[in-house]
Structure formats: C-alpha cells, structure tokens
Ligand binder design. Sequence first.
Ligand SMILES: *Cc1c(COP(=O)(O)O)cnc(C)c1O
Length: 393
Amino acid sequence: MHKPATQLVHAGKPRTGIRAVNPPLERGSTFLFDTVADLEAGKKARLQPGNVFYGRLGTPNAYEFEDAVSALEGGAYSLSVPSGLAACVLPVLTFARPGDRILVTDTVYDPARGSFSSFFARNGIEVAYFDPRIGAGIKELMTDNTRLVYLESPGSLTFELHDIPAIAQAAHAQGAIVVCDNTYATGFFHQALALGADIVAQAATKYIIGHSDGMLGVVTCKDADTYRAMKEASNWVGHGVAPDIVWMAQRGLRTLPVRLQRHHENGLELARWLEGRSEIARVLHPGLPSHPDHAIWQRDFTGATGLFTVQLDTTDKAQAVKFVEALHLFGLGFSWGGYESLALMADAAEARSATEWSDPRILVRLHAGLEDAGDLIADLEQALDAAFARNGD
Ligand SMILES: *Cc1c(COP(=O)(O)O)cnc(C)c1O
C-alpha cells in the first residue's frame, strides 16, 4: 500500500492509449447505452459505486474523485454532494427517523447547527448538544432512541478536540452511528474513520479544492450498505454534482499534501508569534502546547493546517475592526482552505448551547494561506500596532 501523497497523485481510473495525465473532464446528463439490456442493467445498478447511468447519480469524473477521497480518508466508498453543508446533513437525512435522537457537538459548524435545530427538529428528530470534551462521558447521554452522534474535530471557531475513540466506543455500544466532520484536517492529517467514526463528512470547498473557487461536499464510509443508503437519500432530495466541480476537486487532491504541509507550517509560525504578543490574550491552536487538547492532537493528528483563532486583549469592537481592516494580506471573508490568508471576527458565545463561552474579549479567526510566513507576520504586526497604538506611546 502506497503512502497517502502517492495515492493522491495516482488515484483515478487507469485509462489506456495516448492520454492526458489527469482524467479529462466529461460532461453528461444523458449517457448512451449500446443495447436495451445494457440500459436495463445500468438502471438496476444505479446505486452501485462506479455505475454510470444518469448524470445526477454519478459521472466518471465524480467516481474518479470519490475513489481518491476514499484513499485519502482510509474508507471504502465516497459520495460527492453539492456542498460541505449537504455532506454534513446527509447522514442525518439518511439514518435519523422521526422519534430518533441525535447527539451533536456544541462546537458544530454553525450552518449545520441551523439544519439540525430547525429543519430536523421540525421534522420530529430530537437534537441534543454536548460538550466537545465529553469523551467517554457521552455514555450518560445515550438513550435507546439515540441513532447518531455527530462530531467535528477541531470544533469550529474555538478548536476543541474530541476524544473520538472514547466517544465512538460509547456510541457503538448503544448501536449509534458516529459521523465526523473532517473538513479542518482532511484524512491527510486526521484519520477519523480509523479512530472510530463510521462516516466522515467534509467540505471539499475548503482545502481539497483549495483555490476558493468551487463548492463541493463529500461523505466517506466503510461499507457498501451505508454508501447505498446515503446515495439513495441524496437522490431523493435531488442532489447532483457538476462534473466540472469534481474535476477541479480531483485536481486539488493532487497537490493537497504539499499545500497542507505549508498551511501547517505557516499556521504554527503565526500562532507562535502571536502567542508572544501582549495585544493577544490567547491563541486557540491545537498544535500549540498551551492548547487544552494538545495531547489529543499529538495522539490523533499528524498536522494542523492553517486555521486557528486568536483572542484579542480587548472587548472593544471598534478596536478589533481596526485590526482586521488594517491587514493587507489577510482578506475579510467567510470560508477558508484556499491559498489565501483570511481574517474573520467571530462570536463563540452565540453559537453554543451545551457549554458556555463567557470571556467577552474579541475572537478573530485567521487562516494562514500559502504566502511567505515572514510577510504575514509583518502584516499582523503593523495591524496590531495600528489598532492598539495609544496616544503618547
Ligand atoms: C465550510 C464548512 C462546512 C460547509 O461547507 P460548504 O461547502 O461551505 O457548504 C462544513 N463544515 C465545516 C467544518 C466547514 O468549515
């Protein structure tokens, strides 16, 4: 078995003859069959992985991309869906029935919380949130109707890590399915399936596409029944992905390891520098020894990517605005995972219900892009100076 970086360069159906290095883009809604028997066989196999039948149910580019993601995550089957959020909700859509209960980490990506608390709760699914650091204590929350446990490690905005093996053991003892959003690290730095998750969901929008120019989600699982059930549900709600987008995502996968390594190095360098600044109250980065879950990071992760949060030593919003607006190399925008650096003011108190975030000092989430780390640090320095300069200093 080759190492992940080798697999990602070579993944995809082998083609023969004189051919392009990367699988070419093939657009298609309708696919033609030579005989009626072939067409009927295609229809019968429409939920099978790799079967080309109708554009919505899978195209050659989608299958090539999905095979590569399965290699990345150490899973058996992957299914692409139109966005990362679609990937987050698909396992719940597939497996939770009215009357079932799902347990969701309190640091879940906020739009997914919206889907769980509004859409699914409205449709008869009981949703309970838990402290991301609950570990084996999740046993206390398991009830007979608990169908699914939803994780995200590290958590959005505040970067708490889960003890996935401990949580998965307790969930599996009750027959619940464990889903983990692995967008932050991808399988390259964090093998959530091997740690005990049954399904990995992720936004390929972020590091996989890597250039902030496409939306795509993907789920990965270990067995054919789970794949078929998710593919059927995905079809029920009419999901389909454009071959163009999965083609871009496949292209992104080829260079994912080198980009992630650079994001990791830049992110850590910025985080260490920021930790030494008096204007910064705290740096929330799981790769720093000061992070409360650093031991889990050392055990379960092989890298940290470029995303982390700093807490400014101020509660003055105007001062925080001054800081982020003074940055030249960090764009102000949502999402992350592209080659560019980003800064976003964030509110951790607003997006949680099972845990408290009472420290009012302002959080800024940073994404370290692929720029030169020294240039990024110089930019942060001038922006901190601009925002925190006091009269007479
Ligand atoms: C961005 C993000 C998503 C959603 O992805 P989209 O493609 O924007 O829908 C899901 N989970 C996490 C952790 C994210 O950061």
